[in-house]
Design a protein around this ligand. Structure first.
Ligand SMILES: Cc1cc2nc3c(=O)[nH]c(=O)nc-3n(C[C@H](O)[C@H](O)[C@H](O)COP(=O)(O)O)c2cc1C
Length: 198
């Protein structure tokens, strides 16, 4: 199975939202699931803003996304939404770029007040790109991602627990179908045959 793509959408380094992504990477590695990091801030800015998909680094990033069975997207909350940097990358992706993929969204924000940005801002974009399965996102406020005197970020135990649950769901629901051979599935039901009871 190709690696799960881990997209870091923060323009900052070090970054709290990327710390969440790092924790996910560690937990996926423990399950022998390979990951590939993609820091959008490291892509060439002019090519990113011009959506120049012929630029080699951008083209490699788009190809890595196309190959990935699942994607984890981390972003800081900026002005009650996701970062503009992440949007610049998502905007240059082709139609249906997330088709057939499971996506786990992660975000950090200065306070708990904008936790719904994951659902009202990021989720519709992921949906529009055709994501097969958008898992429940994980949101953390800055207070839950403490900066240690050594300059590293430390996740609160409760947050680490939520990320562990999210990784479990990603492995169990998001990646399981990729590992199993495709079955015949259900035959489509004509609309006229649909019955419901209330
Ligand atoms: C330009 C800017 C806008 C921000 N807007 C918000 C906001 O609307 N709501 C919020 O909760 N935090 C906001 N924050 C705080 C960041 O979301 C928060 O510090 C986040 O953890 C930073 O993540 P990072 O370290 O991965 O970049 C903003 C920060 C910046 C720099």
């Amino acid at each position: 199975m190709p690696p799960v793509l881990l997209i870091a959408g923060s323009p900052s380094a070090p970054s709290r939202s990327t710390a969440l992504l790092d924790e996910v990477a560690v937990r996926l590695a423990r399950r022998d699931i390979e990951t590939l990091p993609l820091a959008v801030r490291e892509l060439p800015a002019d090519a990113l803003l011009a959506a120049d998909v012929s630029q080699p680094a951008i083209s490699r990033a788009v190809d890595a996304l196309a190959a990935a069975p699942a994607v984890v997207v981390a972003t800081p909350v900026y002005k009650a939404a996701y970062s503009g940097l992440l949007k610049a990358f998502l905007d240059l992706l082709p139609h249906g770029a997330l088709k057939g993929k499971a996506v786990l969204p992660l975000a950090t924000g200065g306070s708990p007040h904008h936790m719904l940005a994951l659902d009202y801002a990021l989720r519709p974009v992921l949906q529009s790109l055709g994501a097969r399965h958008i898992l429940p996102g994980v949101y953390a406020s800055d207070a839950q991602v403490a900066l240690t005197p050594e300059g590293a970020y430390q996740l609160q135990a409760e947050l680490a627990g939520r990320l562990a649950d999210a990784v479990h769901t990603l492995a169990a629901e998001g990646l399981q179908q990729q590992r199993m051979p495709a079955g015949p599935g259900f035959a489509p039901v004509p609309f006229a045959s649909v019955r419901c009871s209330v």
